[in-house]
Design a protein around this ligand. Structure first.
Ligand code: NAP
Length: 480
């Protein structure tokens, strides 16, 4: 082991992972930076051994010690385990922010060549639909919970602005679907608008996610940093890597308060695994991000410059268009190594500062409110009845009680009181009950009593309290 070497956990991964990770380790070594690779395993082989999470204990312990990981792609084998090993690692170490930078690269020809694209997607990495909380509410109706928290929004928005400052960026867009999902995606927009004034040197703009996708296809050069929720970011970041040459060139960093995991955006590409043809650029650029993270900014710049020089020299990896014969993974890495110390003619090295990352908080995160009350309840009922029949039955059950039936929805449409709307019905109804006294505060006893009465006649499977915080409704309006 080199004296005073910085220990990092290295996970070779599946498919092309071991080939590209070996290339990245050789490039790191050639920079002269003293890194000790603590090689550990996760992914397909671990699932086959019966490790349900795909991540064995010794790998977890290594990461707890080193706090920094260079990771190859991990397969998610179908039929083994509940979660992917990638999701396990992200959640286990709460790497809440995923940074995915892409830029125009010399020799990598795309329809956008010449437009100098240089975009970083900052994706929330642990919340949203990816918490994987799903239910079959009836045999034919599935539900996924989209969990968005104020804490998660604050952390990712702060990371986006802090990264923008550290990387000398000018502008941060926040991309959401707040016009439809006013509480979840809206929380990201509001948090962004609250935090943005703390960074007056950075231009801050909100954009709807669908328009953002359109603008990325039409005028991508307007974007600098884009912060967004998990699923939006997953899709947008693959789109931006497509704009600049594809997955073989897209690096990423999963940033947590304590642990950071660096990996290529691409997966294990089983179709080309073991053939020494994979493009190592994405993982080599991820390794550069890792070096910058551990304070080796000069070596990081050297690697980035060497990658640019290699591409400028006309060298071509298998996933690049062109007529020159493609280089093998090892030859491509060798060329990067031989170009260390040379400066690109197309792009100067950048001046980065350390990114300030918000610390882990021990206390339970709470948004204080001065007043709160329960104004009603949504009860989800599985029923084959037509809306008028179900509505009549429920109205009889609440006659003379504190809660009255307000409306019934089916697939997001109001179907009771009966409307002229034509709706294809399914056997899941959202039945909204509101307090007859508009200022009332419904007790749990009243809710349980209603559930018992409904349960005697119908099959209910889910409830949601309708709450008001500081006089504001904390739920979406019922149906269209
Ligand atoms: P993928 O592994 O990214 O591969 C898609 C295609 O992209 C490959 O077939 C290959 O296309 C090309 N490609 C990707 N990386 C390349 C490289 N470095 N050099 C040259 N070409 C490259 O996506 P996938 O096939 O959907 O996923 C395969 C497995 O990887 C799945 O089990 C998935 O769960 C996993 N995965 C893991 C991660 C991760 O660990 N972070 C991320 C994504 C997917 P050609 O056909 O042109 O050769």
């Amino acid at each position: 082991m080199p004296i005073n070497a910085r220990k990092v956990t290295v996970i070779p991964g599946d498919g092309i992972g071991p080939e590209v990770i070996a290339a990245a380790l050789r490039v790191i070594e050639a920079t002269g930076v003293k890194v000790q690779a603590d090689v550990r395993h996760a992914g397909a082989e671990m699932f086959r051994k019966g490790i349900v999470s795909g991540v064995p204990q010794d790998t977890i312990e290594s990461i707890q010690e080193t706090k920094v990981v260079l990771k190859g792609p991990l397969e998610t084998p179908i039929g083994h385990g509940n979660k992917s090993a990638n999701v396990t690692l992200r959640t286990l170490f709460e790497t809440f922010g995923n940074l995915r930078p892409v830029r125009e690269l010399p020799g990598v020809t795309t329809p956008f060549t010449g437009r100098k694209l240089d975009i970083v997607i900052v994706r929330e990495n642990v919340e949203d639909l990816y918490t994987g909380i799903e239910y079959m509410q009836t045999p034919g109706v599935a539900q996924a919970l989209k969990i968005i928290t104020r804490l998660g929004c604050e952390k990712i928005v702060e990371l986006a602005f802090e990264f923008a400052i550290a990387a000398g960026r000018q502008r941060v867009h926040c991309a959401t679907k707040a016009n439809i999902m006013k509480l979840t995606e809206g929380m990201m927009q509001h948090t962004f608008e609250e935090i943005a004034p703390r960074y007056p040197q950075i231009e801050a703009k909100h954009i709807l996610i669908d328009n953002c996708a359109h603008q990325l296809a039409m005028r991508p050069e307007q974007f600098d940093v884009i912060v967004t929720t998990n699923m939006n970011g997953d899709i947008l970041s693959d789109l931006t890597s497509g704009l600049t040459g594809g997955l073989g060139f897209a690096p990423s960093a999963n940033i947590g308060s304590e642990v950071a995991i660096f990996e290529a955006v691409h997966g294990s590409a089983p179709d080309i695994a073991g053939r020494n043809v994979a493009n190592p650029t994405a993982i080599v650029l991820s390794a550069a991000m890792m070096l910058r993270h551990i304070g080796e900014g000069t070596a990081a710049n050297d690697i980035e410059q060497a990658v640019l020089v290699t591409l400028e020299s006309g060298m071509r990896s298998g996933d690049m268009s062109g007529t020159a014969p493609p280089s093998s993974t090892t030859d491509f890495a060798n060329a990067i190594i031989s170009n260390l110390g040379r400066e690109s003619t197309t792009s100067a090295a950048r001046d980065f500062h350390a990114v300030r990352i918000s610390p882990m908080r021990d206390e339970v995160s709470v948004m204080p409110v001065t007043s709160r009350r329960v104004t009603g309840i949504d009860i989800f009922i599985e029923s084959e009845l037509q809306p008028a029949e179900l509505g009549g039955s429920l109205e009889r059950l609440v006659e003379g009680k504190t809660l009255s039936l307000h409306s019934i929805g089916n697939r997001g449409n109001t179907v009771f009181p009966v409307t002229d709307q034509t709706v294809s019905l399914v056997d899941q109804y959202r039945c909204r009950f509101l307090a007859r006294n508009r200022n009332g505060d419904i007790s749990d006893a009243e809710i349980l009593s209603l559930l018992t009465r409904i349960g005697n006649v119908h099959r209910w499977m889910h409830i949601e309290k309708l709450q008001q915080f500081d006089g504001e409704d904390a739920f979406s309006r019922s149906g269209k």
